[in-house]
Design a protein around this ligand. Structure first.
Ligand SMILES: CSCCC(=O)C(=O)COP(=O)(O)O
Ligand SMILES: [Zn+2]
Length: 210
C-alpha cells in the first residue's frame, strides 16, 4: 500500500485538481480527491471548494471513519472514499471526476446497471490487464444524497474478481482509484476516454457525423 506524508499529499492533490479542471472534469465545485497518509489517516479535499483552484489549506485530514481531524468540513462524499480504502487495502489514492460524457452516458441509458467495455486497447491501462481481447463492465449505480446507499449498492459489485477500479454514479460522475495517485490518474483518464469513445461509436452507428 502506498502512503504519503500530509505535505506531499497536499501538493499532489492541488496539482491533480488543476489537471482535472483543465480536462473539463471538475466544473464549479464538482469532484473530490484523497490520498492515504503514512500515519493511517487520509488526506481529502475540503467540501465546496473549486477543485481547479485549490490551495494546500483546502486539503484536510480525516480518520478512517471519515471524521474530520482538523475542524474543517470534508467532502460531502468522504464516505465513498473511505469505502474504497476499507475494501481495497492496496488503494492509495481516490479520484472523482464530473465529465459531461460520463454523466451523459449514465443518463442516456437509465436502466443500465453497467457499461460493457470490450476489445479496446485502452483496457490495458487497468492494473492486471495485458490484452485488448477481453471485456470488462464499468458498474453504474443510481445517484443518492445518502452515501451509505451508494456504498451498499456498489460494495458487492466491486469485490467481483473482474471488477475494474472504477464505477459510475448515474447523473453524477465517475470514481476511480489506484495504488498511488499516478495510477488513479491513469484509471480516471482511461475510463473517461473509454466513455467518450463509446459515445462517439454510438453517434457514428446512429448516423451522426464526427
Ligand atoms: C456541484 S458538485 C455537487 C457535489 C459533488 O458532487 C461533488 O463532487 C463535490 O462535493 P464536495 O463536497 O466534495 O465539494
Ligand atoms: Zn460528486
Amino acid at each position: 500500500m502506498a502512503t504519503v506524508s500530509l505535505p506531499e499529499a497536499r501538493r499532489t492533490i492541488v496539482a491533480v485538481g488543476r489537471w482535472l479542471d483543465s480536462k473539463g472534469w471538475a466544473p464549479a465545485t464538482a469532484g473530490n480527491y484523497s490520498m492515504r497518509l503514512d500515519d493511517g489517516s487520509v488526506a481529502i479535499t475540503v467540501s465546496g471548494r473549486h477543485k481547479g483552484r485549490l490551495g494546500e489549506e483546502d486539503v484536510m485530514r480525516v480518520d478512517m471513519t471519515g471524521a474530520s481531524l482538523d475542524g474543517k468540513k470534508p467532502s460531502a462524499e468522504t464516505a465513498l472514499h473511505m469505502a474504497i480504502y476499507r475494501d481495497f487495502p492496496e488503494a492509495g489514492a481516490v479520484l472523482h471526476s464530473h465529465s459531461p460524457q460520463a454523466v451523459g452516458l449514465s443518463r442516456a441509458f437509465p436502466e443500465a446497471i453497467g457499461w460493457t467495455l470490450a476489445q479496446h486497447e485502452m483496457l490495458k491501462v487497468y492494473p492486471g490487464i495485458a490484452t485488448h481481447d477481453l471485456s470488462r463492465t464499468l458498474p453504474i449505480v443510481d445517484n443518492s444524497q445518502d452515501m451509505a446507499v451508494i456504498d451498499a449498492a456498489m460494495a458487492p459489485r466491486l469485490l467481483d474478481a473482474d471488477a475494474l477500479p472504477a464505477y459510475l454514479i448515474r447523473g453524477h460522475g465517475l470514481y476511480g482509484w489506484g495504488a498511488d495517485m499516478a495510477e488513479a490518474e491513469r484509471v480516471i483518464e482511461a475510463t473517461e476516454w473509454l466513455i467518450a469513445a463509446e459515445l462517439a461509436e454510438i453517434g457514428f452507428r446512429n448516423g451522426s457525423k464526427a
